[in-house]
Design a protein around this ligand. Structure first.
Ligand SMILES: [Mn+2]
Length: 346
């Protein structure tokens, strides 16, 4: 840990930001724990609060664990817009660099990150340490060097940030990451960390779960389930992950009504022709937003559009229709290289 370099950077940083400046901290889309905790640390380092230094992102947090972190640590992330960011005196970003945002970003003043592959500098203040496993490590070094008090909430966030970016200190980890981790360890709240790891389910979900489990059917490796109305988006996602664990299941499509939308979460094991993202795009791209990766994808369809396309939004009818649509789509998908090789015995 190079304290003299960090000391110099802190001086630079504090000289750049004037007392009355309104600072926006912009995070990558679907912010992760490293980004969120680093933003909290930057705010502390600058002696600011959420009124004078709000956090923004262009796309909200979606992963269940990350949403639990947001909820438990009361992290407020506002939806970003280029117009609104223009009204700020300073724009800072952590765990990401200006080229990521392209035209959407009006300006960049402060950049602290660990991602390689960007041509810099892109801002008057820049500290990019590509060897580090997490931006939260850089921020912990800043706080330690500045002798800032690290609250339990901040320590918990940073610890979780380092842990998740380095997969429990097993990937891209440096001596500095371990040093930061060790410093934060006694300051963090363990029951909170445990809760972030295992998101709580609302008790009312037990009823939905018991009804759904009774109807559980697997056909040709496919499991389709409509949960009906749910109170949270992540319940659909968690259910899809859970169902993928059953023996013989290769594809899962779990649907649920959330607000005025039908949300469909799709998972597969990525064998053969599987491409979850392509499947939801082809099935629902015209009546809703749909997309994702090979193994996980999601569609969000306004219920009124579903009704216009399929005549009804009754739960049983939705489930029946999904049972018709998915097998056709799965078999329609082009065969992958690996599957072809396996079939030909190469
Ligand atoms: Mn990171």
């Amino acid at each position: 840990m190079d304290q003299s370099f960090t000391k110099q950077k802190i001086k630079e940083l504090r000289a750049l930001v004037s007392e009355g400046d309104r600072v926006a901290i912009v995070l990558q889309d679907d912010p992760d724990p490293d980004a969120m905790s680093s933003a909290m640390a930057l705010r502390t380092l600058l002696g600011r609060n959420k009124q004078t230094t709000p956090l923004f992102s262009f796309a909200p947090v979606t992963r269940p664990e990350n949403r639990t972190m947001v909820h438990l640590l009361e992290i407020e992330i506002l939806p970003a817009s280029t117009e609104e960011l223009t009204t700020f005196d300073m724009i800072a970003m952590v765990d990401v660099q200006p080229p990521y945002f392209g035209e959407k970003l009006p300006r960049a003043d402060i950049v602290i990150d660990h991602h390689p592959g960007y041509e810099g500098p892109n801002a008057p203040f820049e500290d990019v340490r590509t060897k580090y496993g997490a931006t939260a490590t850089i921020m912990t070094e800043y706080l330690m060097t500045a002798n800032e008090r690290i609250s339990e909430r901040l320590a918990t966030a940073l610890l979780y940030g380092i842990r998740s970016d380095t997969l429990l200190l097993s990937r891209h980890v440096t001596e500095d990451d371990i040093q930061a981790f060790t410093h934060l360890y006694p300051l963090a709240n363990y029951s909170m960390l445990k809760l972030i790891d295992r998101p709580e389910l609302p008790v009312s979900f037990a009823q939905i779960l018991s009804r759904a489990m009774k109807r559980l059917v697997i056909q040709d490796g496919l499991l389709v389930m409509n949960l009906g109305r749910v109170e949270r988006d992540d319940l659909i996602v968690q259910m899809a992950d859970f169902c993928l664990q059953f023996e013989g299941v290769e594809w899962v499509a779990v649907a649920g009504k959330l607000g005025s939308n039908l949300v469909i979460s799709v998972r597969n094991y990525g064998v053969g022709r599987a491409n979850a993202g392509a499947a939801v795009k082809s099935l629902f791209g015209e009546i809703g937003s749909a997309g994702g990766h090979r193994n996980m994808a999601k569609a969000v369809i306004p219920l009124r559009k579903w009704r216009a396309a399929h005549g009804t939004t009754r739960d049983a009818a939705i489930e029946a229709l999904l049972w018709e649509l998915f097998p056709i789509e799965i078999h329609r998908q082009p065969e992958s290289e690996e599957a072809r090789a396996a079939r030909n015995g190469n």
